[in-house]
Ligand binder design. Structure first.
Ligand code: GLA
Length: 390
């Protein structure tokens, strides 16, 4: 469904839920990260794009005028409610904590949108590493902008959404997902310097290539704690090497400081330092439409995530191996896991005219290897969050 269709869909669903038409509608996309994984919380570079899958929210003032927000979702059985007169804190149901955290962020800034009836609908696959949570947070913030009629700076909006994830979902994530959901631009990847927060839009509109997203349809539950552990290991490496973050360390410096680090922490740092370099090289490759080079950096990224950072899993590795087997001749330039890891999706850079044959081959070989059906789709780089009805 495109955005227009989605807006019509949620308006109809809102009518069914609340018995009247919505006054406001907002949307925010999920994302796929082309390269630059586990670098954002190390002050490094990332290169994501927004995808044509969105969270949309429709809202209207409550008819009774109470300062209560009711949040319903088309995919969740439980309704979330929050009282704007109280300090907003985390509370069940779990899914409601993402919007709740964003309302809390506005509350902390003294912004009160007034009581609302809200409905959420999402086409971003949940829990698949495509940032469904960032899309929900950024969409909530965009909806509040629509309701209050006051836009906030997109960067501030992304940071507010990230804080919601930290404080209300307990995930110490970096800034990539919320930034791309807020700042994505149609036809472009976003090269984001996570230290200075400087952004560069990198055009990606060559019709001869496409990005395929391959959902392994597995999610390994250990991911929450593993993410925080990786982050802590990176901080340990930086502290032992006497720098603020791994952004400040070159590959040579890491080699020279090897004795100061445990074997595991050394490998974690090696991934991060190499990945920051790879991201800059890949961005340059994309600017020059040098697709074979970009593909090689994507494979190298995957190997480092698998071997040094240890955030891959057999199903993600299986997809990358199948992509390698299809190879350049079959139309695949490169492939890697994308997002936090331990399941979720791979992203592959492929020749546009081979999308169908490659998708079929990956689906059948993946099923044969793992017994699981993959979900495969392609997306062009989409625009970031937007107010559809104000
Ligand atoms: C998750 C986090 C991001 C980033 C990636 C790994 O998606 O939310 O901030 O750290 O993992 O690159």
């Amino acid at each position: 469904m495109n955005l227009k269709e989605l807006a019509a869909h949620i308006a109809a669903e809102f009518q069914k839920n609340y018995g009247r038409a919505p006054r406001w509608i907002a949307a925010a996309p999920g994302r796929v990260n082309v390269i630059g994984e586990h670098t954002d919380y190390n002050d490094g570079f990332v290169l994501p794009m927004a995808i044509e899958f969105y969270t949309v929210m429709a809202a209207d003032k409550r008819p009774d005028g109470a300062g209560i927000v009711t949040l319903r979702s088309t995919s969740q059985p439980d309704t979330a409610t929050l009282d704007l007169a109280q300090t907003i804190k985390p509370a069940p149901p779990k899914w409601g904590n993402y919007p709740r955290g964003v309302f809390a962020g506005f509350q902390a800034r003294g912004v009160n949108p007034g009581g609302l009836d809200v409905l959420v609908h999402s086409t971003v696959p949940l829990g698949s590493g495509l940032s469904s949570s960032a899309a929900l947070e950024v969409c909530t913030a965009t909806l509040i902008e629509a309701v209050t009629g006051k836009a906030i700076d997109a960067e501030e909006k992304a940071l507010l959404a990230q804080k919601a994830e930290h404080d209300f979902a307990g995930v110490p994530c970096g800034i990539m997902d919320q930034f791309i959901s807020a700042l994505g631009r149609e036809g472009h990847l976003l090269l984001l310097d996570c230290r200075t927060r400087k952004t560069e839009l990198v055009p990606m509109s060559d019709p001869s290539v496409a990005l395929l997203i391959i959902n392994t349809n597995v999610k390994h539950e250990l991911s929450g704690g593993e993410y925080a552990e990786r982050r802590a290991q990176c901080e340990e490496a930086a502290a032992k090497l006497g720098v603020k973050s791994l952004r400040d360390v070159t590959a040579d410096q890491l080699e020279r400081g090897k004795a100061k680090l445990s074997e595991v922490v050394f490998r974690r740092a090696r991934h991060v330092i190499g990945e920051i370099e790879r991201t800059l090289h890949a961005a340059e490759g994309i600017r020059q439409s040098n697709w074979p080079t970009v593909g090689q950096f994507m494979y190298a990224s995957h190997y480092a995530l698998r071997d040094d950072y240890e955030v891959s899993c057999p199903e993600l590795d299986a997809v990358v191996e199948i992509a390698e087997d299809i190879g350049y001749k079959g139309g695949v330039y490169g492939c890697r896991m994308t997002g936090g890891g331990f399941g979720g999706c791979c992203v592959a850079l492929v020749k546009a005219d081979a999308v169908e044959s490659i998708s079929k081959k990956i689906a059948s070989d993946y099923k044969a290897k793992t017994g699981i059906e993959a979900t495969i789709f392609s997306s062009r780089p989409a625009a970031g969050a937007t107010i559809i009805k104000s």
